[in-house]
Write a protein that binds this ligand. Sequence first.
Ligand code: G6P
Length: 616
Amino acid sequence: MCGIVGYIGIRQASPILLDGLRRLEYRGYDSAGMALHHGGALDVLRRAGRIDNLKQLVQEQNPQSLAGISHTRWATHGAPTDSNAHPHCDQSGKLALVHNGVIENYQSLRDTLKQDGHTFSSETDTEVLAHLIGHFYDHGNGDPPAAKLVAAVQEALSKVKGTYGIAVIHTDCPDVIVGARLGSPLVVGLGKNEHFLASDVSAIVAHTKDVIYLNDYDVVTITKERYDVTSLEGGRAKVKVSRVDFTEDDAEKGDFPHYMLKEIYEQPNSLRNAMRGRLSRDEATAVLGGLQMTPQELRQIDRIILSACGTACHAGMVGEYLIESLARIPTEVEIASEFRYRNVPTTKDTLQFVISQSGETIDTLAALREARRKGIKCLGIVNNVASTIARETDGGIYIHAGPEIGVAATKSFTSQVAVMALLSLLLGRIHHMSSTDGIEMIDELEAIPDKITEILKQASHIKQIAEKYAHVDGMLFMGRLINYPVALEGALKMKEISYIYASGHPSAELKHGVIALVKPELPSVFIAPHDAVYEKNISNIEEVKARKGPVIAVATEGHPNIEKVADEVIYVPRCPANLSPMLTVVPLQLLSYYVAVARGCDVDKPRNLAKSVTVE
Ligand code: G6P
């Protein structure tokens, strides 16, 4: 949440900052701003709303500067107005700061600073931090300004409670940008005669592929020629330069009108990438070296906890069905924000997985840290390589889905499910699964990408259905067994991007309350593949039809009987029930996408949401 970009070098800063912000807009889009060094003073440009508003201001003012910091905001403290937009300045107006995170004790710091004569022009916690750093700078010793600024940042950050990724500049040292992180990501980009700071590499990958992922408590100073990383307490910090393995084109929309649609269409490929090199026909199992566990250690596991938020949590729920049915290991899904404050019983051989596309979701990170405090081995199922969760876990499985920019998660879900399937194949083979069954599962897994391609060919049919129902106020999503989480995911997609109220239910729960809502204006989407409960789903559809509720069904091809009861049917290719979520979810992604487009919604940037949720 909130995106930061900083630049110092030999090129004009404002276009680089604007382009970087545009690539970080998925992190928040309530306001945007930048502060640039200019002739011994600061140019501060800020605008509520989208980055285009800031772009217009930049075009009007045409600031000339080779160094600056910038920010796109997801509001936490204070409404999304011009005055609450970052950057914020200190009392002197000589220091500017951008911030991602939450300063929890900002009220008491603000009161103390006010007593000292400070006046504030925003309601944000960030402005308090700017004033605090400014206060320590103004009371600093006789060091050169750059050293004094680093010391002031260190001193101020030692007084705050909360999380931060920050970038700071001061007019006294125009050749320096200072950054720091605790709980919110920050990356340093290394160039020739230029350096960058960013919340995420996608903001700077067009300029450099060499980056340093900062750790918590790191403080970094960048100039045109060099960088220097110290720890909050002073000493030198460990630094590792990494090479980014994707290009800026991977994070572009290409010919697609929206990132979400592009990412839906990428799924055959992203699934191939999730499985590449991980299926062994010789041993009829999955090879997951990143787990860093021997078969003996894996065999000892007697309980698995899967912890995640949002879509990743739905993928975890699919994982629970898979692991329990294939490996017979008791598995529990814990919503990360709950797990961190609960006291979940565990055994000495419990294994926890945290699942996160971004690898930065603060609640998921907290669930990981809570598990580690309890001595539970915790592994990650993560997309973003080198993200905080990826680095803090004891190992894990990357999903290799490539950059996912659309705020509504799509390809990360199917890739997370694919990885859960690989994991359950591995665990199943260690326990009861025969090699024949293992080979059969490998065949079915390898067939999934082409089957998704077949589903995507039905996009225009799904679009027609979407346009027919786009005007409704609500939708129900029903599924059973392993497709119940798919119902939840379908409902989440619909809510997120079309603002239609939607809820997901196990189909048989219909008669325990939900059926009271059924009426001609409320469509129900049934995920009813040809599995063990197909006939039961058909009965539930009949119950809805008897009450004049329209029904859209996702069914298996070759079983057209469902057309007798459902108003609309979208077919998916045949596949074993256990793997069906990777297919059945795709029509629901397209349905919500086309409903949102028909309603004129901003698909990639739904209101109030952000993709990487780094606040609690
Ligand atoms: C936010 C996003 C969701 C995502 C969830 C978890 O709510 O809008 O799309 O599923 O966070 O994100 P993660 O990066 O941890 O998978």
